[in-house]
Design a protein around this ligand. Structure first.
Ligand SMILES: Cc1ncc(COP(=O)(O)O)c(C=O)c1O
Length: 387
């Protein structure tokens, strides 16, 4: 199978029989190499994995997120579907009058942080012997899955809203995936993929728990870049919560292993025009609230019914964070300022910058702002905004 590399030395996952998939609804357990993306009861799956990180044992020659392999749950096997992704730069900047650390998550092979999840999920798919996957996306996750599927020699069908940025559509097609453009909002796309997902492996970034095994490396990187210290807060543009939940898993694991002394406050940022988590937060609910979505420039966070919405709210609550909302005007002005500071990013991630002045938190340490997608993905939209 193409695109596979062997690790520099044996990793625990190659021999592990421990670790399991756990149904959130029933608590039932399944082996890590079960070819499932949800439980037979229809529940979401989490992963229970005994792996851990030892900074002293990180391979200095591995300049990718796979340096954290001992802490990444996978079915047994030594192969990896990788494009050398990860270790994105984190640099100081002053945005909206606040000193922050900008983590450049647009600097991935496909231009978004979704590659974190895709490299791990498609490695799992390859180890399971999967031949075909389906995925639905606002564009970036579909691009990542299509790209890593190509790297693995696995065929992919990707469903996206018809309004998705043209650059992302070209990326998906260029990787050889079959592209399905679905009329209507993002939920219509999720509904369309559902039927296809019943008969093949659903490489879903919201359902499939292996995606979160990849996004949790964001937390490992941030802490390693800070000399194994935790930041005070992280601003996360949130729709389905793949970065939010991944960061929560990663920071919590580091704290459990005694490598950091606090879990940072996780701040979920939503576009006010599509904000089921913001509404739930304001109402004190533990599940996403019902909303009527309206179109937003934050196409990546336009999720009306996040599958793991209750986990998102739990992540925010448990870390002492908050959910913030931003208007379209605030996204545009946040984007302009971010780009003028040298960071060419897509409008979705500017939501995190736009929310900075709304933080109601103590000034007690670094604030990390991940810029989650590269500006080239939405260059046409940005061009129109610039006039
Ligand atoms: C650039 C960008 N940022 C943030 C997000 C939000 O990710 P999630 O929906 O998993 O919260 C997305 C999702 O597509 C995205 O494309």
């Amino acid at each position: 199978m193409s695109g596979q590399q062997s690790g520099p030395r044996p990793h625990p996952e190659a021999r592990a029989s421990a670790g399991s998939l756990v149904c959130r609804a029933t608590g039932e357990r399944f082996p890590l190499d079960a070819p499932i993306w949800r439980s037979p009861a229809g529940g979401l799956l989490d992963i229970d994995w005994p792996g851990r990180l030892d900074p002293a044992n990180l391979d200095p020659a591995d300049r990718s997120l796979w340096r954290y392999a001992p802490a990444i749950a996978l079915a047994p096997g030594a192969d990896r579907i990788t494009l050398g992704e990860g270790l994105t730069p984190m640099v100081p900047a002053r945005l909206r009058g606040i000193d922050v650390l900008v983590k450049q998550e647009g600097l991935f092979p496909t231009g978004s942080y979704k590659d974190r999840g895709a490299t791990v999920l498609m490695t799992q798919a390859a180890r399971l012997g999967v031949r075909r996957v389906v995925e639905d996306s606002s564009g970036n996750a579909g691009t990542s899955i299509a790209t890593y599927a190509a790297r693995a020699g696995i065929s992919a069908d990707v469903f996206v809203p018809a309004t998705t940025s043209p650059g992302k559509l070209v990326q998906i097609r260029s990787a050889g995936a079959r592209l399905h453009r679905v009329p209507g909002d993002r939920q219509a796309t999720s509904d369309a993929v559902w039927e296809a997902a019943q008969s093949c492996y659903y490489a879903s970034h919201s359902w499939n728990p292996f995606f979160f095994e990849g996004t949790k490396t964001f937390a490992f990187e941030v802490c390693e870049q800070l000399g194994w210290r935790a930041p005070a807060s992280v601003m996360i543009p949130t729709g389905n919560g793949t970065l939010l939940i991944g960061a929560w898993l990663g920071f919590s694991a580091l704290a459990r292993w005694g490598l950091i002394d606090r879990v940072p406050r996780l701040i979920a940022v939503q576009a006010e025009r599509c904000a089921p988590l913001l509404r739930a937060w304001r109402l004190g609910l533990h599940e996403p609230a019902d909303i009527v979505p309206e179109p937003t420039l934050g196409e990546g966070i336009a999720i009306a019914r996040p599958v793991r919405g209750s986990q998102c709210l739990q992540a925010v609550r448990q870390t002492g964070g908050e959910v913030l909302g931003v208007s379209e005007e605030e996204i545009v002005s946040g984007l302009r300022e971010t780009m003028a500071a040298g960071f060419f990013c897509e409008p979705t991630c500017a939501a995190a910058v736009a929310a900075l002045p709304k933080l109601s938190l103590a000034d007690d340490g670094p604030i990390v702002v991940p810029l989650t997608g590269h500006g080239l993905k939405a260059a046409d939209t940005i061009g129109k905004l610039l006039g």
